[in-house]
Design a protein around this ligand. Structure first.
Ligand SMILES: [Zn+2]
Length: 480
C-alpha cells in the first residue's frame, strides 16, 4: 500500500542529496545522519519563507465584497515567475483575477490541481486586537483575515510547488496551482475558468481544495478529516401575498399571519433521518476514537436509531444531526415596515442543506406538503449545484493516509461530509476527484476564527502544515 510513496521519495532523496538541499523529512528514518541534518535545515528554511510570504499575502486586502483580487493574483504569479515556474494572471472581471501556475511533469500520470481562493470575507477592524490586514505576528501567532480561510493553505500549496521546483523533483504529473477570485460570494473565478479556460484544467485527475479544520484535543489530533462530499445548499423563499390594511382590525388571513403559521410548521418539521454510507463511516470512526465502548452502536446506525434514546442523543448534537438529514434554517423574515400596517406581502427565507443524492424537486414538494397552504408561494432562490462524492480508494487517498500517519501517528484519517459548501462540487462535476484537505492542526479556538474576529494561526502550526502539504504534493506527483 505505502510502497509507491515511500519508494519514490527515497529514490528522489538519494538523487538530490548531492545538491545538499533535500527537503523531505518523510525519509529521515532511513537516511544517513548528515543527510538528515541537511533536510532539517532546508525544511526550516522553507517553513520560515512560507511564513514571511504569508504575511505579505495577508497584507493584500481582498475583502469580498468587492474582492479586488488582481493584486493578490499578481503577487502569486510574481512569486512563481521568480522561481522559474510558468504563471498567468487571468482577469475575470474588472480588478478581479485568477492566478494559474503550472509545473510540468513527464506526463506519465494525469495532472493534479492545487486549488485555493484569494478573496477573504470582510473584517470589522474595530473588533480586532490586531489590524486585520497587517499580517502581524504576536507571541508566536500570525494574525490576519485569511490566515485560516484560506491564504494560509494557499501559500502552503505555493510553497510545496516552489520546493519541488527548486529540488528538481522528477514529476510524473503536472502540478497546477489555481488561485481563484470570488469564492466567498459567487464563484466568478471558478465559473470563468470552467467556461473560458477549461482546456487548462483538462485531464486533471485530482484536485486538492481547502478543507475543514483538524482540531488538537489533549495534545493530539484524534481524527484527521478529508472532505469528500458536501451538503447541497437549496435556499427557499416563502411568500404570502394579500391585501394591505389597517392592523387595528386584524384578519385571520393577513399575509403576516399566514406566513407565521407556515414558518412555524416548517421550523417544527423533523426531516426524515437517512444514513448514508459516508455518514455511517464518519460516525463509526468518531466512536472508535471517542466512545470505544459504543463502537457497535455507532457502526450500525440503521439499527441503533430504532432506540429512541440513542436517536435523541444523535439528533440533539448539531455536529451529528446534519450528517443524517436534510436541514432547514430559518434565516430571513420580512413583513411590514410599520407596526400599524398589515403589509401586502410578507416573506421568509430558508437555508436548506440537502444530503448528497437528494432530489431538490422532491424536497420542494415535501415542504409544500408540510406547509399545507397553497396560498404560500414556495420558490427556490438558489439553484443547487449537483453534489457528488469523491472516492477513497485511489492513490491520492493512500498518500493522505501515509502523510498523516507520518506526521500525526495517533490520527485516524476519516472521509467527511462537509456541512458548508466549497467549490469542490463544481470540479467534481467536470470529472475531477476533489478533496478538501486542510494541512494544519489547530486548537479549537484558532480554528473558530475563520470568518471571525482575530483570525489567526500559530506560526509553529503553520510551519508544520507547510511540510504536511509539501509531503502530500510530493507523494502524489513524484515519479515512482
Ligand atoms: Zn474559503
Amino acid at each position: 500500500m505505502s510502497a509507491g510513496l515511500r519508494n519514490s521519495q527515497l529514490r528522489w532523496a538519494s538523487k538530490s542529496l548531492s545538491c545538499a538541499s533535500v527537503l523531505l523529512l518523510a525519509v529521515l528514518p532511513t537516511m544517513p545522519a548528515a543527510a538528515q541534518t541537511a533536510a532539517q535545515i532546508d525544511l526550516t528554511k522553507y517553513g520560515a519563507r512560507a511564513v514571511e510570504l504569508l504575511q505579505q499575502f495577508l497584507r493584500i486586502d481582498t475583502s469580498n465584497p468587492p474582492g479586488n483580487e488582481k493584486p493578490a493574483a499578481e503577487f502569486l504569479c510574481q512569486l512563481f515567475t521568480r522561481e522559474g515556474i510558468e504563471c498567468q494572471v487571468f482577469e475575470v472581471a474588472p480588478g478581479r483575477a485568477n492566478a494559474y501556475a503550472r509545473l510540468r511533469g513527464d506526463g506519465s500520470k494525469r495532472p493534479i490541481i492545487l486549488l485555493t481562493h484569494t478573496d477573504v470575507v470582510t473584517a470589522e477592524a474595530q473588533q480586532w486586537s490586531v489590524p486585520p490586514f497587517s499580517g502581524e505576528i504576536r507571541d508566536g501567532v500570525l494574525y490576519g483575515r485569511g490566515a485560516q480561510d484560506t491564504k494560509g493553505e494557499g501559500m502552503a500549496k505555493a510553497m510545496a510547488m516552489i520546493a519541488l521546483k527548486r529540488e528538481r523533483a522528477p514529476l510524473a504529473r503536472d502540478i497546477i496551482f489555481l488561485a481563484v477570485a470570488d469564492e466567498e460570494v459567487s464563484s466568478v473565478g471558478t465559473n470563468w475558468m470552467i467556461q473560458h479556460k477549461r482546456e487548462l484544467l483538462a485531464g486533471a485527475e485530482y484536485l486538492i481544495n481547502e478543507g475543514s479544520a483538524n482540531v488538537i484535543e489533549g495534545g493530539e489530533v484524534p481524527l484527521w478529516g478529508v472532505d469528500v462530499a458536501e451538503k447541497m445548499p437549496f435556499w427557499l423563499r416563502l411568500t404570502a401575498r394579500g391585501m394591505a390594511g389597517h392592523s387595528s382590525v386584524p384578519a385571520r388571513d393577513a399575509t403576516t399571519h399566514r406566513l407565521a403559521r407556515a414558518v412555524a410548521r416548517v421550523v417544527n418539521y423533523e426531516t426524515p433521518l437517512k444514513v448514508l454510507p459516508l455518514a455511517q463511516r464518519e460516525l463509526c470512526e468518531q466512536a472508535r476514537v471517542r466512545f470505544p465502548h459504543e463502537v457497535e452502536r455507532f457502526c450500525r446506525l440503521e439499527k441503533s436509531l430504532g432506540d429512541p434514546a440513542f436517536r435523541k442523543r444523535l439528533t440533539e448534537n448539531s455536529e451529528w444531526n446534519y450528517l443524517l438529514r436534510n436541514t432547514i434554517s430559518l434565516t430571513v423574515l420580512r413583513g411590514g415596515p410599520q407596526t400599524n400596517v398589515i403589509p401586502a406581502e410578507a416573506s421568509a427565507e430558508l437555508d436548506v442543506r440537502l444530503l448528497p443524492g437528494e432530489d431538490p424537486q422532491r424536497f420542494l414538494a415535501e415542504i409544500r406538503g408540510v406547509i399545507g397552504d397553497p396560498s404560500i408561494e414556495v420558490l427556490p432562490i438558489l439553484r443547487p449545484r449537483p453534489a457528488g462524492a469523491s472516492p477513497t480508494d485511489n492513490e491520492l487517498w493512500r498518500v493522505f493516509e501515509q502523510v498523516i500517519a507520518r506526521h500525526y501517528s495517533k490520527a485516524r484519517l476519516v472521509p467527511r461530509l462537509l456541512a458548508s459548501s466549497t467549490e469542490s462540487p463544481m470540479y467534481r462535476q467536470v470529472g475531477i476527484a476533489s478533496y478538501g484537505f486542510y494541512p494544519f492542526a489547530c486548537s479549537e479556538a484558532e480554528a473558530d476564527t475563520a470568518h471571525g474576529t482575530n483570525e489567526r494561526i500559530s506560526v509553529e502550526a503553520y510551519r508544520r502544515g507547510v511540510r504536511v502539504m509539501h509531503d502530500v504534493v510530493a507523494g502524489i506527483a513524484i515519479r515512482p
